[in-house]
Ligand binder design. Structure first.
Ligand SMILES: Nc1ncnc2c1ncn2[C@@H]1O[C@H](COP(=O)(O)OP(=O)(O)OP(=O)(O)O)[C@@H](O)[C@H]1O
Length: 356
């Protein structure tokens, strides 16, 4: 995967409240926990000294409980909320130095947001809602309608072009919101808990839609959610937030397999490990006589898939990467992962995630 960052964030703070600016630079105040800071200064530090990169083509998930700072953090990326301190760059360009017109261009063309409450215009048809972003970009009517129709087909709304939002289900309205953001062909799509108001079946359908869009187009996405299952399903990497800080940033497998602290461990306790962990972290080195024996699995196969292969064959599985046997997994190792007694490979021994 290309590792050029789209967004690069360093030492970002957002403090709400009186004289918020003094907080990030004052070691005495930054050492306080959120409740103490509030009682001493009347300020809330919604984002505290956060640094990360969003890589080109990845789905970067910001996850955390309500109030942990997810929305504030993502709104700071395009300065819908003004950061208090720190740096933000998009493709190397300083976002905090942008003037109004540059910012408008950033939000309209480069980083489009899909909101939880759709934000659709009630008196406009689906087609005109989707074309709206193109209209404010100054695109002519015929051209924008053509482009909108194309995107409507892409998100599965064909035939509904002339309805108004009130005549659509929640899931369909969310697809219109998604289509409207996609129509401007942004470099990054920012999703603010887009599916949390949808019922579980529709929600799953929308998650599949995002996965499909990402697979087909490779567009960079930043996705906010408070739902761990959703984060694990969609994220290439997940930033887990608590009280304004990122407590762990890693792949779903790293977060589930090597929690950074007790908070994260508790957070992921009920996750079925065999559905997240891959055989790459569970495998052992093959011995000389093992090449050629047993069923073959890919390094990125889940432990659950490997269990099935091993059970069917009644023999350890070979982990095969580009035609070469790079490891073996047997039932003991696989059970160890399920039980949580098998330690994942230490950092640095992992191989890069394959493109799928
Ligand atoms: N305009 C504001 N003024 C003061 N405090 C604010 C403001 N906006 C957010 N906060 C506080 O900042 C903290 C982080 O809020 P934020 O909305 O970013 O969290 P969140 O993780 O997105 O929560 P949720 O999942 O409930 O949307 C909370 O304590 C919140 O009360």
């Amino acid at each position: 995967m290309d590792t050029t960052p789209v967004f690069s964030v360093e030492g970002l703070w957002k403090v709400f409240g009186p004289k918020a600016d003094r907080v990030p630079g004052d070691p005495e105040l930054t050492a306080l926990d959120p409740a103490e800071l509030r009682s001493r200064t009347g300020c809330t530090a919604a984002v505290r000294d956060v640094s990360f990169d969003v890589r080109k083509g990845e789905v970067f998930v910001v996850m955390g409980l309500s109030g942990s700072g997810k929305s504030t953090l993502v709104r700071c990326l395009t300065r819908l909320i003004e950061p208090t301190a720190g740096t933000i760059a998009i493709d190397g360009e300083d976002v905090r130095a942008m003037d109004r017109s540059r910012l408008r261009e950033l939000r309209r063309h480069r980083a489009a947001m899909v909101f939880q409450h759709f934000g659709l215009l009630p008196h406009r048809t689906v087609l005109d809602n989707v074309a709206y972003g193109l209209e404010i970009q100054g695109m002519g009517k015929a051209e924008r309608r053509e482009k909108a129709a194309e995107v409507i087909a892409k998100v599965g709304l064909e035939g509904l072009e002339h309805r108004r939002p009130g005549q659509l289900s929640g899931g369909q309205q969310q697809r219109v919101g998604l289509a409207r953001a996609l129509a401007v062909d942004p470099e990054v799509l920012l999703f603010d808990e887009p599916f949390s108001a949808l019922d579980p079946l529709i929600r799953r359908e929308m998650q599949e839609e995002v996965i499909r869009l990402h697979r087909d187009e490779g567009r960079t996405m930043v996705f906010i959610t408070h739902d761990l299952q959703e984060a694990l399903k969609l994220g290439d990497r997940i930033a887990l937030m608590r009280d304004g800080r990122v407590v762990q940033l890693g792949t779903p497998e790293e977060i589930v397999g090597s929690p950074a602290d007790d908070y994260v461990r508790d957070f992921v306790r009920d996750v079925p490990r065999e559905q997240v962990m891959t055989v790459r972290t569970a495998m052992r080195r093959p011995s000389a006589d093992q090449d050629g024996n047993g069923p073959a699995v890919r390094p990125d196969a889940t432990v659950s898939e490997a269990i099935e292969a091993v059970a069917r064959a009644g023999a350890p599985a070979r982990v095969v990467d580009k035609g070469r046997c790079v490891g073996v997994v047997d039932s003991d190792t696989l059970l160890g992962v399920v039980a949580g007694t098998e330690q994942p490979a230490p950092p640095g021994t992992e191989q890069p995630k394959e493109a799928v």
